[in-house]
Design a protein around this ligand. Structure first.
Ligand SMILES: C[S@@+](CC[C@H](N)C(=O)[O-])C[C@H]1O[C@@H](n2cnc3c(N)ncnc32)[C@H](O)[C@@H]1O
Length: 492
C-alpha cells in the first residue's frame, strides 16, 4: 500500500491517538481529531517513506523514532496566536497584576514569568512589553521570562522575532510604536530590547519539569489545555500549582476553566478578565465556576458529526475550526489528486453542510466536477466561491474556462483579466489571456502575457493551483509559453 491511499481503520486510529495523548496530552479521538490525525500521519509517512501505518507506528513509539514522533506532533499542533490576544487579560496585567507583583517583589527585585505553550512567541513578547510599560527602571530588576512549547519549529520562528502584519491586529499603537520596527521585506521585527528578556525552550508540559519550582510569579497557559482531556489537564494544573509562588497568578484562555478539574486554583475577576490564584493548601476550597467559563459553542458551533470525547464540554473554537477546515480541504485535495474522486467528493460534501466554507473548497469541488463532466454543478460552485471571495483568482479563471467552452471569447477575456486583477501572480490566467490575444492576432500583447505567465511560474506557487493544473503540468505550460513567445515575436 502507498501512503497516498492511507485510511486509518478504527483500531489503528486508536493506537496512534492513544500514543499521542499519552505523551503530549493532545486528544485526537473525536471526528475532527480523526481527520487531523489521518492527514498528518499520511504526510509524515510519505516524508519518512513508509507504506504501512503500523510499521510507522512502531517507529514513532520506539526510542529511535523520537525525532519522527516530534515531527508528527509538530504537524498536528495548532499554533494559532497573536500579540495581545485577549486584551482584557492584558489590561488586568497592566493595571493590577504586574503593579502588585512589582510592589511585592521590591526587596528582591526579581520577577519570574512562564509562558507555557508559547507558540511563535507573540504571548511572551506581549507580556514583556506590558511589563516594560509598568516597571520603573527595568535595568535594576532581574526579569526572567521562560517561554516553552512542544513544537521546536515554532520556537525557531519565535526566536527570530520576525512577524507579518496580521498578528499585530490587537496590539495597542503605543506598543507597536515603541517595540516593533518595520523591515525592508515588509515584515516586522520585535526589537532586541524586548527579545533579550525571553528564553525560549522546548518542553513538553506532560514530561518536563517546571522552569521555576515554587517561585514563579506569573504563569500564562492560554489556549493549550483546550486540546487536552481531564487527566492531562489535572496533571498540568498540579504542575502549575507547584511552580507558582503563593501570591502568583495563573492566566488561561477564555474558554478554559481550571475549576472544572481541580481545586488548586480560585478565580478572581480583575476588570473584564478572570485570573486564577493558588488556593491555600490546607483549606479545602469548593470548586467555583465563574460565569465567564461558559463553553463558547453558542456563538461558534462545532463541526457537524463531531463525536465529542467525555470528560468536559469540548467545543471547537473558531481558530480550531479554521484549522480543521484547512485539514479537511487538504485531505480532500490529497484524495482528488490521487484519483480517489468519490472520497474527495464525500469529504467536500460533508464540509458544505456547514455555512461559510472557504472559496478554495468550492474551487476544488468545481475542479472535481469538471473532471467528471458535471460542468453545470461546477459552475454553481464557482459562483459560490465568488460570493465567498470576490477576489478569488482561481474562481475567475474557471469562469473564464466556462466562457471559452461557450465560445464567448470577450467574456472569457474579462474573466481572465479579473483573475489577474485578483492575483497578479497567477500564471494560468496570463497563459489563457495570452492565447486569446494570439488568436486575435495581437502578437505584441500575447507575447507580453506569455512572459508574465513565465515570470509567475517562477514565483512561489499556491496549493490551490495544483487543482487547476490537473492534466496541464507547469512544465507543459512553461514549454507552451516559450514556443508561443518565439512564434509571436516572429509576427511583431
Ligand atoms: C493555540 S497555541 C496557543 C499559543 C498562545 N498561548 C496563545 O494563547 O496565543 C497552543 C500551543 O500549545 C502547544 N502545545 C500543545 N501541547 C503541548 C504540550 N504537551 N507541551 C507544550 N506545548 C504544547 C502547541 O505546540 C501550540 O504552540
Amino acid at each position: 500500500m502507498n501512503a497516498a491511499k492511507l485510511r486509518l481503520d478504527e483500531d489503528t486510529h486508536r493506537l496512534f491517538a492513544g500514543l499521542i495523548e499519552n505523551r503530549t496530552g493532545l486528544q485526537f479521538f473525536d471526528e475532527a481529531g480523526y481527520m487531523n490525525l489521518q492527514a498528518s500521519v499520511s504526510v509524515q509517512m510519505e516524508k519518512a517513506d513508509f507504506e504501512q501505518p503500523l510499521e510507522y507506528y512502531d517507529l514513532i513509539r520506539s526510542p529511535e523514532g523520537q525525532e519522527s514522533f516530534r515531527s508528527l506532533v509538530e504537524e498536528l499542533t495548532n499554533s494559532e496566536t497573536s500579540f495581545f490576544r485577549n486584551l482584557p487579560q492584558f489590561e488586568a496585567l497592566i493595571q493590577h497584576l504586574l503593579p502588585k507583583l512589582i510592589q511585592a517583589r521590591e526587596s528582591s527585585r526579581r520577577l519570574r514569568i512562564w509562558s507555557a505553550g508559547c507558540s511563535s512567541g507573540e504571548e511572551p513578547f506581549s507580556v514583556v512589553m506590558a511589563l516594560l510599560e509598568v516597571i520603573p527602571f527595568p535595568g535594576n530588576w532581574k526579569i526572567e521570562v521562560v517561554a516553552t512549547d512542544i513544537n521546536s519549529q515554532i520556537l525557531w520562528k519565535a526566536r527570530q522575532g520576525i512577524f507579518s502584519g496580521r498578528t499585530f491586529k490587537a496590539m495597542p499603537q503605543i506598543y507597536s510604536q515603541k517595540y516593533i520596527s518595520q523591515r525592508i521585506d515588509r515584515q516586522y521585527e520585535v526589537l532586541p530590547y524586548v527579545r533579550q528578556y525571553v528564553d525560549f525552550r522546548r518542553a513538553n508540559l506532560m514530561e518536563e519539569l517546571s522552569p521555576f519550582d515554587g517561585q514563579c510569579d506569573l504563569i500564562l497557559c492560554r489556549n493549550v489545555m483546550i486540546y487536552f482531556r481531564q487527566p492531562a489537564i489535572q496533571k498540568v494544573l498540579s504542575k502549575f500549582r507547584r511552580a507558582l509562588a503563593p501570591d502568583g497568578y495563573l492566566l488561561v484562555g477564555h474558554a478554559e476553566n481550571p475549576n472544572n478539574y481541580s481545586d488548586d486554583f480560585a478565580p478572581r475577576q480583575v476588570g473584564d478578565a478572570f485570573v486564577y490564584v493558588p488556593t491555600k493548601k490546607d483549606v479545602a476550597t469548593p470548586a467555583l465556576k465563574p460565569s465567564h467559563a461558559e463553553p463558547v459553542e453558542k456563538s461558534d458551533p462545532p463541526l457537524k458529526g463531531g463525536n465529542l470525547p467525555p470528560g468536559r464540554p469540548r467545543v471547537l473554537r473558531s481558530e480550531e475550526k479554521e484549522e480543521t477546515l484547512k485539514k479537511f480541504i487538504s485531505t480532500a485535495r490529497y484524495a482528488f489528486h490521487h484519483n480517489r474522486i468519490q472520497e474527495a467528493e464525500e469529504l467536500l460534501e460533508t464540509l458544505f453542510e456547514e455555512d461559510r466554507i472557504p472559496a478554495s473548497a468550492h474551487v476544488l469541488m468545481a475542479c472535481l466536477l469538471v473532471t467528471t463532466n458535471r460542468e453545470e454543478q461546477a459552475a454553481q460552485h464557482v459562483k459560490t466561491a465568488l460570493e465567498e471571495d470576490e477576489f478569488c483568482a482561481e474562481a475567475h479563471y474557471l469562469q473564464g474556462l466556462f466562457e471559452l467552452d461557450r465560445k464567448d471569447h470577450e467574456r472569457a477575456m474579462l474573466c481572465f483579466k479579473h483573475s489577474i486583477y485578483s492575483d497578479n501572480q497567477f500564471p494560468l490566467s496570463y497563459f489563457q489571456l495570452a492565447r486569446l490575444f494570439q488568436d486575435k492576432g495581437d502578437y505584441k500583447k500575447a507575447a507580453m502575457r506569455y512572459q508574465n505567465a513565465l515570470r509567475a511560474l517562477d514565483g512561489p506557487s499556491k496549493e490551490i493551483w495544483s487543482d487547476l493544473f490537473t492534466g496541464l503540468s507547469p512544465q507543459l505550460v512553461r514549454q507552451a509559453c516559450l514556443t508561443a513567445i518565439e512564434l509571436c515575436e516572429r509576427h511583431v
